[in-house]
Design a protein around this ligand. Structure first.
Ligand code: TYD
Length: 133
């Protein structure tokens, strides 16, 4: 099974421009508890490098582009996010890294829970051990 699960959102845009609507438990497969966004990322910076024990997320590059690497402990896959109407679904226990942020990139992330540092696995070896269980 592919690690890369892309959700294509219906485009509600018209000749005036683009519009995408995101609804929890509808086109987003969980109740949205938190939204955060990453922007003004400095040149050459990569982010992420963690997994979550119990958190689902959908990442949408609403402007510009960045490359995601997902890893389930057995395989790694990458995908370029560069469309405002496509979200990458990221399940719990997936190591993620974000690379190659374009200068104008705005990466918006929808999350199924509030921020909780205790839910993070930030050590790759710990992630590998946990993902074998
Ligand atoms: P971090 O998880 O390191 O960002 P990334 O994994 O995307 O590179 O988050 C950076 C800091 O922001 C860290 O101190 C935790 C804090 N933070 C929050 O307080 N709330 C949030 O929703 C997020 C995502 C991070």
């Amino acid at each position: 099974m592919s690690l890369i699960n892309l959700i294509e959102f219906k485009s509600l845009g018209d000749d005036r421009g683009g519009l995408v609507s995101l609804e929890g438990n509808n086109n987003i497969p969980f109740d949205i508890k938190r939204v955060y966004y990453i922007f003004n990322t400095k040149d050459g910076v990569s982010r992420g490098f963690h997994a979550h024990k119990d958190l689902q997320q959908v990442a949408i590059c609403i402007k510009g582009s960045c490359r995601f690497l997902l890893d389930d402990g057995q395989k790694k896959e990458t995908v370029l996010l560069d469309r405002a109407n496509v979200g990458l679904y990221i399940d719990s226990m997936k190591w993620r890294e974000m690379h190659d942020f374009s200068e104008e990139c705005v990466l918006m992330v929808l999350a199924s829970h509030h921020y909780d540092e205790a839910d993070y696995i930030r050590d790759y070896n710990e992630f590998l051990m946990a993902s074998k269980k």
